[in-house]
Design a protein around this ligand. Structure first.
Ligand code: GAR
Length: 202
């Protein structure tokens, strides 16, 4: 069976990207990361890609007249590598319906909270301010809204007395690094069926 080719989109550190690269390298995922794309020139995720011999591309939003044009440039790169799955890993951009429709059921995202609680860029701060006793992470398919779309899997993490954004974030990130490869494994085994808002794991 040929390996699933994955495109990973990042805006920052890329530790989730690393967990995917590692899962491919150790053979627990029958997949290969073919390209890493970032909207941030200095994203460490691009550096991680280069260190692992993976094609790394910065696609500057400012070079395009609109979001869709930027996405078309990203899609051309994704398609040039024949990727069958697109993983957002700390990619801090909303995509348009055009991009969502281009890869139906083939774009995943990870978010550091138990969605639909605490979407957005400050999930840990929001969870702590709210007084949540449990947080965690969610891997989901993408739709046009932020941190929305059918949920593939979630992993819960207890909020501890005295937790800060950093301490909670660190424990959640450990779960993210397990959850994302797990979700990809379910995808490549053909075990994910999207039924409206729900994902059935076969
Ligand atoms: C991760 O915690 C990811 O869940 C989050 O950004 C971080 C990226 O870390 N994504 C979101 O908040 C999406 N709304 P990484 O670059 O080290 O993988």
């Amino acid at each position: 069976m040929s390996k699933l080719k994955i495109a990973v989109l990042v805006s920052g550190s890329g530790s989730n990207l690393q967990s995917i690269i590692d899962a491919c390298a150790c053979g627990s995922l029958e997949a290969v990361v073919r390209i890493v794309i970032s909207d941030q020139k200095e994203a460490f995720g691009l550096e991680r890609a280069r260190k692992n011999g993976i094609r790394a591309e910065f696609v500057d939003v400012k070079s395009f007249s609109g979001r869709e044009d930027h996405e078309k440039a990203c899609a051309a790169l994704i398609d040039s590598e024949g990727c069958g799955l697109v993983c957002f890993a700390g990619y801090m951009r909303l995509v348009t319906g055009w991009f969502v429709r281009k890869y139906p059921g083939k774009i995943m995202n990870i978010h550091p909270a138990l969605l639909p609680a605490f979407p957005g860029a400050h999930a840990h701060r929001d969870a702590l301010r709210y007084g949540a006793k449990v947080s965690g992470c969610t891997v989901h398919f993408i739709d046009e809204q932020m941190d929305s779309g059918p949920i593939i899997l979630q992993s819960a993490v207890k909020v501890l007395e005295g937790d800060t954004e950093e301490t909670l974030g660190k424990r959640v990130l450990e779960q993210e690094h397990l959850a994302y490869p797990q979700a990809i494994k379910l995808f490549l085994e053909g075990r994910l069926e999207i039924l409206g808002r729900k994902v059935r794991v076969k």
